[in-house]
Write a protein that binds this ligand. Structure first.
Ligand SMILES: [Zn+2]
Length: 78
């Protein structure tokens, strides 16, 4: 799932901070310090960052396989 644009609970804009958050976490910074520096004080907004799982890269291979199979079927029908 993609990051929601706004916090589900309070409506605070969070999507613009997600890339920065992910990059800094991958660089090895502690999540609590990154969230504080991004100005996410409320726990509803913090949970949005902490609990979002990017599934797009896991889903794409299935769509590629469906597309390949579709092309195989189309070529067999011709
Ligand atoms: Zn919030």
């Amino acid at each position: 799932m993609l990051i929601p644009v706004r916090c589900f609970t309070c409506g605070n804009l969070i999507a613009d901070k997600y890339d920065d958050y992910q990059n800094r976490i991958k660089a090895g910074e502690e999540p609590v310090k990154v969230l504080d520096s991004l100005g996410l004080k409320r726990y509803c907004c913090r949970r949005m960052m902490l609990t979002t799982v990017e599934t797009m890269q896991q889903i794409i291979p299935f769509y590629e396989a469906i597309q390949r199979r579709y092309l195989e079927v189309q070529s067999e029908l011709e």
